[in-house]
Every structure is written in structure tokens, then in C-alpha cells.
Design a binder for this molecule. Sequence first.
Ligand code: G3I
Length: 483
Amino acid sequence: MEPPNHPIDRSRGRARGLAAVLATVLATATAVSAGLAMPAQAASTLKASAEAKGRYFGTALTRGDLGISAEVNLAAAQFDMVTPGNEMKWDATEPSRGSFNFGSGDQIVSFAQSHGMRVRGHNLVWHAQLPSWVSSLPLNQVQGVMENHITTEATHYKGKVYAWDVINEPYNEDGTLRQDVFYKAMGADYIANALRAAHAADPDAKLYINDYNIEGTNAKSNALYSLAQSLLSRGVPLHGIGFESHFIVGQIPSSLQANMQRFANLGLDVAITELDDRIPMPADSSELQQQGTDYGKVVNACLAVARCVGVSQWGVDDGHSWIPGTFPGYGAPMMWDSGYQPKPAYTAALNALNSVPDTSPSPTPPTSPSPTPPTSPSPSPTPPVTGACTATLTTVNSWPGGFQSEVTVRAGGSAVNGWTVKWTWPGGQTISSLWNGTQSVSGSSVTVRNAAYNGSVAAGASTTFGFTANGAAATPALTCTSP
Ligand code: G3I
């Protein structure tokens, strides 16, 4: 669907379409010959390079986009994940009560499957693009209607979507939940109810909460972080957080990586789901260069967070973006211009991907920087480093009935190769989720050993593991040994 107020020169697009992929490859070859930081074996498409790093690189496509050959050729060449721009939303899939229409969504899925691309389902519950029959329901009917919608749609796409944005944009900017019809009917419980219904319908899909202006640490992302902790502590099937990332040129939040990392440390996947970077028009060359810097920063942030599974741009080219229609005076937010030519943002994103060593995809996260503690920490006493290693526990957050802790394992005067941390819970606490280590529990005794990737710690250096637990926050004495 073309955004309003944004004429598109389609004839030019078609004529230049077949050249677009070639132009992209040439741009990459030029970058290589210019000596930019790309290894000899550097992949020449976003998807190939992302896959070599165990990630995906995606795009949003609408049914209208499928008819524009230059755009879909470019999408198929560069991306391995598709998010339907509008076709799986409530207004498209259940325009009147009980009357479902999956035709447009099916076309997107079929395009993706025939080009070896996966699909992010978008979305199941959202206050916008919601038919008026839903928002005007008697409140005592909303839960049943919502769960029926989720069950029917998630069952229809079962096995065909990698992930679902189950809850889309639930928050106001101040960190309060939007007072939409779902909230009015069920309070905050609508979120858990929706996630449970989606999980029952498609147990293999990764279930996300997706929002904008949560990319940096702020009131909105703090509220979502608390919600995520609460949902996980109650066993609600939440698997990931989508950071939409609709940025303004030069304004990537400096806390992006640390913010994603703190969610990842809860045991969640994280993803950049709707990336674009708008520029006041007309865009000059320094702004296009800055946009490249921005795209590089975003890709690098994802690569630095082990549980960041991928990056998706919200569209393909400047000629079909939603930005000019919604933000008059702004445009040029994508990696390709309206003639499908790659911009500095494309080269920067590809270089960022190619500048780190390839990894084989792994479900277990490698060790990563510690998040900024969100609440007043309460560390256990720091012991002197006299033996092989020491372990220090910090309570990073707590809530009624649960808490989250981080344990720092520090090597003594010699490097350690493998470590074991033990403690005894004082009051019946139980771990609900643990990351960056492997646990065994016997009654109140807990033993945590290093994961496969963080057993080697240099002399004086440290690594961390973390967990969420049920019960009252506690700081038991820890012992650390190394074989
Ligand atoms: O379907 C009607 C059509 O019948 C009518 O003739 C036409 C006239 O303008 O409008 C059509 O609806 C448009 C709809 O897209 C479907 O194409 C709406 O006007 C238009 O506002 C709507 O825009 C979509 C927007 O979500 C709505 O909030 C954009 O295409 C879509 O890219 C955008 O996507 C959202 C994500 O879902 C969530 N995050 C933000 C992102 C950007 O806004």
C-alpha cells in the first residue's frame, strides 16, 4: 500500500528494477576494492552476512509491494525475513465479527516461502487498525472475542510464522498501559491472556511484545522491563521483545545496546523489528552519511547482544516508506533510494555485519556485557580474591514474590578454566530462569557451573551469570571453586 502524499515514479522503478541487485553487488565490490573493513570472504547481501552471524535481516512487505517487481526482486535478494506491513492486522483479518479473511496475509506468506524467507507475524492485539466493532463491544465480551481472534489467526498460520507480535504497542510514553478496549475489559491481564492463547494455538512460534520508543532506557522501556519480569516470573509464555526502531537521523539512543541486553538477560530474545531512520527533506549528503553511521550503530548493537536474533527494516526503498505520509517534511528513511539504488546506509549495514567474525548459530547465548542495574543493587560482601575464583551476588531487581540477581565470577591470580558456584537458599527460594550457566538443585542447595562459552576467565577478569527466582530476595554466601 502506497503511503498518502507520496507519489511514486513506478515506470522509473520498473526500468531500473532489474539493475538494482546488480547495483547493490557492484556497490559491495566497490567497498571491497576501496579497502573498507570487509574480510576476503565477506558476504555480499544482508541476508547472507546476517546468516553467517546466526541472525536474519528482514523487511516489511505489503500486498501492494508484491506487484512492484523491482521492489520484490530487491527484497528477495537481500532479506530472509518478511513482516506483513498490514495484512495480518485485525482490520484485515477479522473485519466483522467471526468473519475471517486471510487472503492477503497468505499472499505474503506464499511470497516469503517461495523465496526461502521466514515470516514475522504482525500482529494479533493492537489498539490501532482495530475494527470499530471490537472497540465498541460490551466489555464483558472483549476477552472471548480477543482470544477467539488470536486462536483463529495463530492456528491458521501455525507452522508458517517464526514469531508473532502478539501484543503491539501497549504503552503510553510515560510507561502507563494504553487504556484501549482490551485494557478496559481485562486490565493488564489482557497481555498474559493474549500470550497464553497464542501459545496454545502455535506452541512453536516465538511470542513477542513489540513497541516503539523503547529502544533506549526510559520510562516506557522501564515499564516494559518490569512487565516482562512479572510475566516470566508467572510462567507466561513471553519469548521476545521487539524494538521497532523508527529513528530520526543522528538520534540513535546511546543506551540501545545496554537496553536490549537487559531484556536479553531475562532470558528473552530481542529483535530490531521496524527499522527506519528519517531525514528532514531534502536530504543532503552529510545526512545520508550520518544515516549510514546510524544504520551501522543499530546493526552493531544487535550483533553485540547474543540474543538479538535479527534486524528488520520497515520496507525496502524510500519510494514506498510510510514516513513521508505520517511525518510531513521527513523522508529518505531506508537503505535504498526511490530508484532502488543502495545508499550509504546499505553499505554501512553490510560492513557492520561483515566486520565481525562469522559464528555458527547457537541457541545458547555467549557471555555479554552486564546490564545497568535497574534498581538499587544489594551486593553480597565482596570477598578477597585469594583462591581460584570468587563469586559475588547482586540483587538487581525485586517485586512481590520474586527477584532477579546477577552473580559475578572473578578469577584470582591465575586464569580459571571452568568454575562452580554453590549456595544454599535461606527461605525456600526457587530459580525460575537462569542464563549464562547450568544449574543443578538439590533441596535448598544450588550448584551453578559455567556454560560452554564462559568457563575460561583470565586472571583477575570476570564473567557473569544471572537468574530470576521466586520468593523473597536473598543474598546467601557463595562459594566458587575451579577444577
Ligand atoms: O485500507 C485503507 C483503504 O481502504 C483506504 O482507501 C486507504 C486510504 O488512505 O487507507 C487504507 O488504510 C491504510 C492502511 O495503512 C492499509 O494500507 C491507512 O490509511 C494507513 O494509515 C495505514 O498505514 C499503516 C500504519 O501502520 C497504520 O498505523 C502503514 O501502512 C503501516 O506501515 C504501519 O505500520 C506500523 C506498524 O504496524 C506498527 N508500528 C508502526 C508502523 C508504522 O506506522
